[in-house]
Design a protein around this ligand. Structure first.
Ligand code: FES
Length: 273
């Protein structure tokens, strides 16, 4: 069993779990993810590592309650509770080196997995610009953590209730025009990553994205997380989840992501009643 040693609520739907898992924390790198299973019979869900602390032996994840399992996590698992399985770290870590000026873009929940990448790129000697975007002021989190590692930080809200009004892509375009970076990292919902990739494409700036493809086994066997990258078929769970965004077929991926919509809606509805 794995214990939740800290739980923090960011909003009605967003919360943090810090889980005691020393072996996972020892080998975690930015870009890795973990698979969580709450109990016998529950589904396994992939969560990107938002932070790791080798001294405390913990892994931190930021979770949004969108479907049956994440709603169960929000409503029934508190600080001190334990759950059945925690497997990781999985996937390939982000390649972190000294490249110059790195812009790290996080959208909504994607802000969390961007954070360890920001820290690693800063520690590697890069100049860092952070762009983090939320729907509104109430959903903003980790601004302080980002400030600690960003040379420049732009906080955007879609409704203009805090920081710079508008989407992260507008802020990204301004940075590209003013102070062209050497690398962009973008993590968030698929349409947001797609929009970031199309924003950087005309500028020819390499843009890495983290693909939250639907995963089942997370071992490269089932094919569920298949993505087309360039002319190749890749599996997000073992080849990714980080890929060169300019090579990713987002149109195909967006279609594949919708294939379980009906079943997911039914599972959430059944759980609610
Ligand atoms: Fe099954 Fe990736 S989740 S191949």
């Amino acid at each position: 069993m794995y214990k939740i040693i800290r739980r923090e609520t960011f909003s009605d739907s967003t919360f943090l779990w810090e889980v005691l898992a020393p072996d996972v924390a020892n080998s975690a790198q930015p870009g890795h993810f973990v698979m969580v299973r709450l109990h016998e019979g529950s589904e396994r869900i992939p969560l990107t590592v938002a932070d790791f602390d080798r001294n405390r032996g913990t892994i931190t994840m930021v979770i949004q309650s969108l479907g049956k399992t994440t709603i169960e996590m929000r409503d029934h698992y508190q600080e001190g509770d334990s759950f059945a399985d925690f497997v990781g770290p999985l996937g390939m870590p982000q390649h972190v080196g000294k490249v110059g000026h790195v812009v790290l873009v996080g959208g909504g929940l994607g802000v969390a997995p961007v954070y360890p990448q920001l820290r690693a790129f800063k520690d590697a000697g890069n100049r860092t610009t952070g762009i983090i975007g939320f729907r509104n002021k109430d959903l903003v989190f980790w601004e302080d953590r980002f400030k600690a590692y960003c040379d420049d930080l732009i906080v955007c809200t879609d409704d203009g209730s805090y920081g710079t009004p508008g989407f992260v892509t507008s802020a990204l375009k301004e940075v590209l025009e003013r102070d062209k970076p050497d690398l962009v990292i973008a993590i968030g919902p698929l349409p947001m990553m797609n929009a970031c990739v199309e924003t950087t494409r005309p500028f020819g700036v390499k843009t890495m994205v983290s693909l939250n493809a639907i995963m089942v086994d997370a071992t490269g066997m089932c094919g569920s997380c298949r993505v087309s990258v360039g002319s190749e078929v890749k599996f997000a769970c073992v080849d990714g989840p980080d890929f060169d965004g300019h090579q990713v077929d987002f149109r195909e991926l967006l279609l594949r992501q919708r294939r379980f919509n009906v079943e997911e809606a039914k599972a959430s509805e059944d759980y609610a009643h």
